[in-house]
Design a protein around this ligand. Structure first.
Ligand SMILES: Nc1ncnc2c1ncn2[C@@H]1O[C@H](COP(=O)(O)OP(=O)(O)O)[C@@H](O)[C@H]1O
Ligand SMILES: [Mg+2]
Length: 438
């Protein structure tokens, strides 16, 4: 699949942006802080309804504005879908698919698939378990959008259960009615939690060989990547390997038993101590855990392999024409040595659409530079399209994204005329955002 049009309003640095995109490789080039990542972040947000950089939507809304609008048009084989999101600071986001009546946000998850590589991925290897849980859950949800419901149910039940445990702790009351309420939350949490754990375990099975394959491709090294699910609900004395064969029903029972086992500690501490929100994915290189042991280079290769492996899993999951996710490589080449750059560049060329950001041309590996690609130069306050087939333009003073996304045939004309009308630059940024960065 590929995104053939992106419109933004008040998204990060962009007061207004209208960008036609194409299949193949597009490179956004410009100095640090000018707004390259902001563009690809918007596309990734439209896929997962979350950003790879921030946990909340607030930073995505242009400072001083109350809402941002992100609109993408996706082409998948012969299908075309328009997703439009209004990100609101204080209200729920508004989501429309193909301009129909607003739908629940999670209905838009999984329409667009993206896989993003970024320097933040190092936290997948080195960082807290929360990063790895989000990685697994986002990947699983993009392939099985119904999981979004279980995740939402789990979050809500967890909050309620924690609130109950906390209030009981303060009042030192563990009455029958408290116990009865707790039992209800146990069941709800276990129901949703089992669905989340089941999805993670299933994904891990598919992911491990693909991540290892990717790691081999990137390193040619002797080490193999292993991924193991660390389950807080499992009795410490239990056989870890057994988990692999657990059904969702087994996982439900497992969580209920775990609640019984830790009941006293939970009473004392006033929080939920077991469940998928306390689980982790342990990544090992050979027999050594990656976290805390891997070298910087190995950490990078592992992070890249997790993303490349995700892409392979997507492609295996849906081998249909046009189903492969959009690949986004946000500022990753600069940090890699020549060999890894070249390898990664070769591997990503299998995607239908690849969007790359880089500070300077030289960051691009030769394997990419030698191929036909479009360059969009992003500089403070200006975006210069060096290739006339793509236009990145601001519509000054426009209050809403262009009324209609033009039909694809019209689009070509439109892009051409944009190319002719103005060979190069148009302003895209608010003057306030034009400082030097980085
Ligand atoms: N919500 C926002 N409103 C206005 N400016 C923002 C907002 N969020 C980020 N910025 C600005 O965007 C710039 C960073 O853009 P980014 O796309 O990350 O740059 P780069 O080109 O290095 O990838 C910074 O100058 C930052 O201050
Ligand atoms: Mg950036």
């Amino acid at each position: 699949m590929f995104v053939d049009h992106l419109s933004l309003l008040d998204f990060r640095t962009y007061a207004s942006l209208d960008l036609a995109l194409e299949r193949g490789l597009t490179v956004f080039v410009g100095p640090n802080g000018v707004g390259k990542t902001n563009v690809v972040e918007a596309i990734d947000w439209a896929a997962n309804l979350s950003s790879h950089r921030v946990a909340s939507d607030t930073p995505l809304i242009k400072t001083g504005s109350e809402r941002a609008i992100v609109r993408v048009r996706i082409r998948r084989a012969t299908q075309q879908t328009v997703l439009e999101f209004e990100l609101n600071d204080r209200r729920a986001n508004r989501v429309q698919i193909n301009r129909a009546a607003p739908v629940r946000a999670r209905e838009a998850v999984g329409v667009l698939h993206t896989v993003v590589f970024s320097p933040e991925d190092l936290t997948l290897v080195k960082g807290d378990p929360g990063h790895r849980r989000k990685f697994l859950d986002d990947l699983a949800t993009s392939m099985r959008p119904v999981l979004a419901a279980a995740r939402g149910d789990y979050e809500r039940a967890l909050k309620q259960r924690n609130a109950l445990l906390k209030s009981a702790r303060y009042s030192r009351q563990h009455s029958d009615s408290h116990q009865a309420t707790l039992t209800v939350w146990n069941e709800q949490l276990a129901r949703a939690g089992a669905a989340v754990m089941g999805a993670r375990l299933q994904l891990l099975k598919a992911l491990e060989p693909e991540v290892d394959r990717a790691y081999q491709q990137l390193t040619d090294g002797p080490k193999h990547v292993k991924l193991r699910y660390e389950c807080s609900s499992l009795d410490p004395s239990a056989d870890v390997a057994a988990l692999e064969h657990f059904s969702v029903e087994d996982l439900y029972e497992l969580m209920l038993q775990a609640f019984e086992r830790v009941a006293r500690q939970e009473q004392e501490r006033g929080i939920t101590l077991v469940g998928p929100h306390r689980d982790d994915m342990v990544i090992s290189l050979g027999d050594t855990p990656a976290k805390g042991y891997a070298s910087h280079g190995e950490t990078w290769s592992t992070a890249l392999a997790l993303r490349l492996g995700s892409w392979y899993v997507h492609v295996a999951d849906d081998p249909n024409e046009g189903a492969a996710p959009v690949l986004i490589l946000d500022d990753v080449f600069a940090e890699l040595d020549a060999r890894r750059r070249q390898k990664l560049a070769q591997l990503v060329q299998q995607a239908e659409q690849v969007l790359v950001t880089a500070a300077v041309d030289e960051d691009l590996p030769a394997a990419l530079r030698e191929n036909p690609h479009r360059v969009v130069r992003v500089s403070p306050g200006q975006v210069e399209v060096t290739d006339s087939t793509t236009a990145l333009e601001q519509v000054p003073g426009e209050q809403s994204p262009s009324e209609d996304l033009p039909a694809p045939q019209v689009d070509e004309e439109r892009d051409l005329s944009a190319g002719e009308r103005d060979a190069t630059s148009s302003s895209v940024q608010d003057p306030r955002d034009q400082g030097e960065h980085g």
